[in-house]
Design a protein around this ligand. Structure first.
Ligand SMILES: CC(C)(COP(=O)(O)OP(=O)(O)OC[C@H]1O[C@@H](n2cnc3c(N)ncnc32)[C@H](O)[C@@H]1OP(=O)(O)O)[C@@H](O)C(=O)NCCC(=O)NCCS
Length: 162
């Protein structure tokens, strides 16, 4: 059974986020509608465990590094419910999302950014085949301060052990 599947309305009350120090962006209501699963536009998928339990979500937003189609790339994100952290789901879900992009779109580069102190996400990305490109200085305003992030990418041509 795949780890990622399209979001269902019943998933939304679980996909609340906002409980980790790296996700402190102020009060947020539950999502009103499931994110679209289409890879070619901004969207998201639900992360499920092998037992079919809703564990979190992955999402992506398309970035544009130049005016042409070949300069687009998805920037991915992930949130897992605290009960499902630290058992490898973050690694697997981001590896599976990368595989979906490479298999079903012509994407060459996938990006992710995470706080310089978010060691769990840095490790999960590296285990999912992403490499660190550099540091985005104080790029994120969160919880009353600017925070620096590491930018990661995985290229279609990168060799990976995942
Ligand atoms: C970040 C997150 C996606 C990582 O997923 P995960 O399933 O918990 O991580 P994994 O179990 O795949 O572990 C990946 C690595 O991180 C390490 N790790 C896990 N939790 C950790 C922690 N709290 N501190 C340090 N390292 C940690 C694991 O040991 C593993 O390292 P290893 O490869 O050296 O063994 C998940 O913890 C999460 O959703 N956190 C809250 C939201 C968040 O931070 N999202 C990312 C925002 S950019």
């Amino acid at each position: 059974m795949p780890l990622l599947r399209p979001q269902r309305p019943a998933d939304l009350p679980i996909l609340v986020g906002g409980d980790s120090p790296f996700d402190e962006f102020g009060p947020r209501g539950p999502k009103a509608v499931p994110a679209p699963p289409d890879l070619d536009s901004d969207g998201g998928l639900t992360v499920v465990t092998a037992a079919g339990e809703v564990a979190g979500d992955v999402s992506w937003r398309w970035q544009q590094w130049g005016p042409n189609a070949g300069s687009r790339c998805p920037m991915i994100g992930i949130w897992l419910h605290p009960a499902h952290r630290g058992v490898g789901l973050g690694t697997q879900a981001q590896a599976e999302l990368a595989s979906l992009f490479f298999q079903h779109t012509t994407t060459h580069r996938i990006e992710a950014a995470t706080d310089v102190e978010n060691v769990a996400e840095q490790r999960a990305l590296e285990r999912a085949g992403f490499r660190r490109d550099g540091t985005l200085r104080e790029a994120q305003w969160r919880d009353g301060a600017y925070h620096s992030c590491h930018l990661y990418s995985r290229l279609r041509t990168d060799r990976t052990a995942v």
